[in-house]
Design a protein. Sequence first.
Lengths: 427, 260
Amino acid sequence: MAMEPIDEWIKRHEKEPEEVAKEKLNRFLKAVELKVPDRVPIAGAAGDFLCSYTGITWYELSYSLTDKVENAVLKFVHDFPSDWPILLVPMMLEGFALALAFAEFPDFSNIIRFLTGPLHDVLKDKWSKWPGRELRDNMHPQFLGGEFMKPEEYKQLIDNPVEFMNQVILPRVCEGLGKPGSSKWNGAWIRAGIAMQKVIAFQINLFTAIAKAGYPIIPLGTNAYAPADVIGDFLRHPTGAMLDIRRYPDNFKAACEALVDPILKVATAVPPTPPVPLFFIPLHLNEMLPPKLYNEFYWPYLKRIIETLVSKGYKGFVIFEGDHSPHVDTLLELPKGWGIGWFERPKDFIKIWEKLKGHTIVMGGVPTTLLSGGTPQQIDEYVKNLLNKIKPEGGFIISPSIGELPAGTPPENVRAYINAALKYGTY
Amino acid sequence: MRFNHWNLRHDLLNLVPISYTWLEQPYNQKGFYLSALVLIFGDVSMSMSEELVKAIVELDEGKAVELARKRLETEDPLNILNDLTKAANIIGEKYEKGEFFIADLVMAGEILKAVSDMAREKLKALGKRREVIGRFVIGTVEGDIHDIGKNIVVTMAEAAGFEVIDLGVDVPPQKFVDAIKQYNPDIVGMSGLLTLAIDSMKKTVDAIKEAGLRDKVKIIIGGGRVDKYACEYVGADAWTNSAAEGVKIMLKWIEEKKMR
């Protein structure tokens, strides 16, 4: 059987990992500068498929900081090579509220931005549920959020968002913390620090090993958030936030306004870091809002955050969850080359591309459902077609629509995706 | 044109010396006057019905609840429930046309639920029941515990006249099978947000097939990660990213079933 492009690439990873990593970095940097690289950069995907393919459980991926997990991840990035594997190991969930609660501590506000299993064990937060704890071992960790703030409390949030998060919300959400200032509270934070140290030590080891396997290290630099999503994800539940926009519009706007500065404080706690000084924002309420509400309650505050960070030398990496098409024109208000927009499932991906090419680095294009449910032939055909329409312009990163593939995804389909991108992606 | 007509009727109603306050009197005392009014001005309750539908579609929560409260003092709660169905249909159309978004459905869902709860309470007090147009079993599939979307579907489907059996979240395939045996629904809905939900949906459809029940039900899947590829893979009859569109598909199925 003839060697396919992916097999040749795997061979090169084994033989000359440093050279391969250098090529990947150059490719990525070119794309991020809206230029034409040698080939379209390929983003990877993991999720349930990583677990099912390598035989580890979600519990292990979330909690077990061991060689077993490290080896599983190394096998995964070996067998399914990519230019930019986006790996959450150990598994991480939304936790930006924690970063906000410690916005005054630039030395660690950014580190405590994600919830991990070990941190969840200490905090016992009600935002998230984890395998081996509230969920079965083989279940995906899940962020649920919830309603932890009453509409009457907007004023408190507006007056001092950081203190409100730290002193009112955290004790309410995190059963492991007890009353602020109590010995339980103090002890829990020491434990949280120890848990985070362990996770960081594991990640440093893991990412060093991945780098040796032919991957440049492109960290998610720093973190920011859309103010309206802070309210929806951590305080009022998305449903509550959507109702508040109509029932208490002035309070909602004032709260978004008050959240801008603390979010920027967290984001700028980490200086722009080479090779690409990314700041990461996942958007949640975006697709749910009609343009009228998006333009009034969501975008102005998000725009200010992105603009400020770009002016300070950072580049955005923003996930536009769902179908962002109705709001896509607003992105043109941002400076050219502001960052990467990862579009999950716009109604028409090519339309997004046509609108944003040469302005925004566009990422996405391949439905995860096609990868899990299609055939290798269908995937090859789809990718060929997509790249035909998108090339020869630069500034594109091909990627599954979201970084998670279901457990039943046939490995030959993921190979077909990488193969097709290698075959048809050269400029 | 229809709209102008409505406005005209509305104005006429306001000119009638018997004001809205009058309508708050016990029904039996004014039945005669009301029918006389209908004789003179045509279908008066129709215009009040349109007013309620309009308030709901315009997402005017305060007005909708107030209108419903007033009408429920005198009117048959079934009329109100029928208006909810009308409103839900229009909302569904608006979503399909891209005029409405999820935030609008959430608000509409709140209003539909508030009014529906009031009407159903009254219905119960009168010892009446609403005729259901079809029976619908729904749940978030195994491994997934998200339910925002599912809850909107439940409200919209109830408003449309379905009897809804909500199995909750993280529902294993066997529980769907058992529910089909127990409730004999026309339609089964599977909801899920996570990518893993697609696999769970497939397992559930397979379990329904194995139990020999696949021909007895139509299956619709819904959620953020669901699309036509997922639908083919899962073996469902339809897919949707929208509660409103989903309910529309279900209504079409019920129509088709009646024709057969």
